[in-house]
Design a protein around this ligand. Sequence first.
Ligand SMILES: [Zn+2]
Ligand SMILES: [Zn+2]
Length: 144
Amino acid sequence: MNKRALEIKKSLSAAGYRLTRPRQAVIEVIACARRSLSPAEVLNRARKRDPRIGLATVYRTLEMLQREGFLDRVGIGSQGYVLMCTEQGLHFHLVCERCRTVTELRASRSLVHRLRRSGFISHRSAIEIVGICARCQRKCAAER
Ligand SMILES: [Zn+2]
Ligand SMILES: [Zn+2]
């Protein structure tokens, strides 16, 4: 099993959450994903692990993961996508609007320092930058 999925499950059960099979399926899907996923995509993938799972369970599990700080939401266009966050502190999400890959980039020390000095307390520590990733740019150039 995916190591990240295992860590998350451990930490959630330590926090008192019941890890039902559908919940576990959602956790595994998100932990294995290489790009951001829409809730409907999470549902499709989770159904391969547990066919009984429904969209309501997907949403509830996503909320639980977000509350516990394992998940980030990214907005691409009008759509909402989710991904597993691996960075704890202040960082950037470089979101590709073509392939929806999200690359995490840690903020520089000086930026973290300036934020602290401003006295502002942030609840959400990821900054989103939407654009086109290097791979998609190369693909575009090749198609021209
Ligand atoms: Zn992140
Ligand atoms: Zn891309």
